[in-house]
Design a protein around this ligand. Sequence first.
Ligand code: PLP
Length: 456
Amino acid sequence: PPRNSNAARDIASVLHPYTDHRLHQQAGPVVITRGKGVRVWDDQGKEYIEAVAGLWCAALGFDNERLVQAATAQMRRLPFYHAFTAKSHEPMIELAEMLIERAPAPMSKAFFANSGSEANDSAVKMIWYYNNALGRPRKKKIISRLRAYHGITVASGSLTGLPANHKLFDLPLPGFLHVSTPHHYHGAQPGETEEQFATRLAEELEAVIQREGPETVAAFWAEPVMGAGGVIVPPATYFEKIQAVLRRHDVLLVADEVICGFGRTGNYWGCQSFGIQPDILTCAKALSASFLPISAVLINDKVFEGIAEGSHSVGTWGHGFTYSGHPVPAAVAVEALKIYDEIGLLDHVRRVGPYMQKALRERFGDHPLVGEVRGLGLIAAIELVEDKAARRNFDPTRKIGLRLAKLGEEHGVILRALIGDTIAFSPPLIITEAEIDAMLDRTAAALDALTAELRR
Ligand code: PLP
C-alpha cells in the first residue's frame, strides 16, 4: 500500500483480532469509512453489501438517526454513572425491565456488561457463586459443545469449542468439558435420522454427566443456533432431549443469545425457535443494534436467590465492571428495542427470512462446490466441499472459504468464512428482498470466479 495510506498506517500500527499477522503485513486491511442501510464503503470509495451485519450484529444496518439522538441526549443528560454499591440510573433500570418483560422464560434480574464474552464470563461466576452459596462447591463443571462460540476471555474462551481459541492459550480451564456438535450433516452415522441423532447426543450428555458425577456438573451452555462454529441448526427435538437430561441432574441451562437474540432466527429469541427454557440467558450485539457496546445476563429466581444469599453472607456480590449498565449504551439499547417493536422488525424477518433461505437453496443447493445450505430466519450458511457425494471438505490449508470471501469483496459483498469453509449469511435484519437478491447475485459471481480458479 502507498506510504501514509490508511492501509500502510494500519499495517504499521494495529494488532487485529482474528487475523494471520504474517499475511496481514503484506495484504493489509479493508478500511471501512461509512455505512448506510445494509451497505458500507471503503476508503477507496468501493461499496459492499454487508452479508454478516459486521459480526452478526448490526441489526438495523449502518445508520439510524434515532439511535444517534438517544446517545447524544443521554450524553448531555448524564454521560456516565455506575451501578456499583447500589447506585443506579434510569436507562439501566428501563433496559432491565424491558429485557425481563421480553425474556423467553421467567427471569428475575438483569446484570450488564460490555461484550458477549464478559456476559458469559459473568454467568460462569454467577453459577459458581450460586452453588457455593447453596453449600455445594463441587458442583462446578460446565459442559458446552464442540464448535460452540461463547467468546474469548479466559472462561468464555474455555466454553468456546473451537481449536484456534484453545491452542497456545492454555485453554480450556480445568472443569470445562465439550460434547458433540449437533450437526446431522457431518455428525450422523449412516442411515441415522435427525431424531435418532438427537437421542444419541442426549445419551452422550447423560454419559458425560454420569462419568463426571452429577454432583460436580453445574451448567450446560448453548447457542440456540451455533453461529461462528458454522451456523449449525440442531435437530428439531435436540433441545427437548437435552433439557430432560439437565433437569434430571439439576444442571442449569444457559442460553447464549448473543447472535440469535432479537429476531435473528425468526423468533424474538433463538430459544423460542427450539423450545428452550433457560435458567440464564446472555445477550449482546443486536441488544444495542451494535451502535455501542453493551451485553446482559438474565437470571431466573432460583439463581438470583442463590446470589442474594451468597452476597448477604459474604457482604457483597464481588463482581462487576466499571461500565456495567453504562447509561449511554443502555439508553441506545432501550431505543433499539423500541425501534424493533415499532417497525415490526420480527414480522419483517418472518417475511424475508424464508425468502433468503429459499433463494440460497435454489441458487446454491445443487452447486457442485456446495455440500450443504443450512439456516433459518436471517441466519444461514453454505458449506463448501471438495467431494459433494462423500461430504468431504477441502484440505483446510487451502483456505478455500477465505478465498471465496476475498472474491466476494472483489464482487462487492462482505462474506464471512468460518471453519470448515463455511460461508455465513447474517445480514442486517432490515434487509429487503431486493437487497437479498443483490447480496446473492454478488455471492454467486464470487462462487463462479472460485469455481473457475479451481478448474484451472
Ligand atoms: N457468544 C456468541 C454466540 C457470539 O457469537 C459471540 C461473538 O461473536 C460472543 C458470545 C462473544 O461476544 P463478544 O465478541 O462481544 O465478546
